[in-house]
Design a protein around this ligand. Sequence first.
Ligand code: NAD
Ligand code: ZN
Length: 363
Amino acid sequence: MQAIVYKEVNVKNCKAVLNYIFGNGSLAKLTEVLDGKRVGKDSYAIFVVDEFFKGEGKIVSSLPIAPNDVLIYADTKDEPKTEYIDSLVQQVRAEGKSNPVAVIGMGGGSSLDIAKAISILLRNPGKAQDYQGWNLVKNPAIYKIGIPTLSGTGAESSGTAVMTSPEKKLGMNSEFSIYDQLILDPSLTATVPKNQAFYTGMDCYIHCVESLRGSQIDALSRAYAETALQLTRECFMEEFDPAKLMVASCFGGYAIANTNVGIAHPLSYGVSLVLGYHHGIANCIIFNQIEEYYPEAVRDFKTVVAKGGYDIPKNVCTNVTEAQMNQMVQATLKNDKPLTNALGPNWRDVFTPEKVKSLFQKM
Ligand code: NAD
Ligand code: ZN
C-alpha cells in the first residue's frame, strides 16, 4: 500500500450554525424559539423581513410579532448598502430599541445580511463600512435567527454579511455574522419567480464549482460542495425540488467557509458595484462568458439556460464609460483571496487588468 502523505495546510477556525429546524411548515416553530428568548415583559425582538412579505394576508401577519417588537421591512430593490444599514440601526436606536433579545432576518440573501449587520452594529460602535473586511468585529452580536425564503446564496449558513459602500462591495467577515438559529422552511420559497429562483440557485452552483476547482479545497469542503452541486443539478436539470435547493444553499455556504470562491465572483462584484445588478443575475452574466476557466460547468449552465428559457442579459458593458470600466476592473482585482484560490499566488501575471477588461467586453 502506498504511504499516505499528510500535507499540512493553512486552516481557518470555522464556525457553523448551532441550531436548525428543517421542513415544510417549520416557520410555526418560531414562536417557541422566540418565547425561550423573551425574558420579562419589557423584552423585545427586531424583525427584518423582506418587503415582499408585507401586507394583509401575507406571511408577515402570521409571524409572532409582539406589540413591543420592532418590524423593519427590508428594501431589497438594491442590494444592501452600508448607508442603508446605518440608517436602520439609527432608527432602532432612536426608538430606544438597541438591546433586543433577538434579531430575526427573513428573506433572501439581502434581508438575511441586513439582519446580520444590524445584530452586529447594535453591539459595536461606528458604521457598517468600518467592519467591511476580515475579523474587524470585536464584540459578539445579538442572538439572531435566520429564515431564508429564497435559496442559493448560502447567506443563512455563511460567516459574512455582504454590503456595498461607495468604494467597495465587501462583507463583514466574522464569526459574529453567523446565525445562531435557522428555520429552514422550503414552503416559504413557493412564491419566488422562476427567473429569480434560477439566478439565486445558480449562485449556489457557482459557489460549489469555484470551491471545487480551487486550490484550497479539502475533504470537508469537498463533501459539502459535491453534495450541494449534485442537489442543484438535480433541481435545474431534472426536477425542481425546493427542499433540495434549500439544503444545497446551506451546504454551499459551508463549502466556501473553509475554501473560497474563484473567478466568477470577483468579476461579478465589479458588475454589481458599477452596473447595479443583483448578485445572482450578475453571476449568471459572468458565468455565461467564462468557459475558458470552467469549461464543463459553463457548458452545463448554458444547456440549463437554453432548456429553461431563463433570461440572461447580454452586452451589458456595451455602453460603459472608460471610467466605469476601470472601476469594474479595479473592483475585480481587489479580490486577492478568491483569485489566489483559482489561479495560484501569481495570479496577477495571468489575470491582468487587460485580461479582465477583455472578459468584461464579452459580457
Ligand atoms: P435578494 O435577497 O436580493 O432578493 C431578490 C428578490 O427576491 C427581491 O426582490 C425579494 O423581494 C425577492 N424575494 C425573496 N424571497 C421571496 C419569496 N419567497 N417570494 C418572492 N420573492 C422573494 O436575492 P438573493 O439572491 O437571495 O440575495 C442576494 C444578496 O445576497 C446580495 O446582496 C449578495 O451580495 C448577498 N450574498 C450574500 C452571501 C453571504 O454569504 N452572506 C452569499 C452570496 C450572496
Ligand atoms: Zn455568491
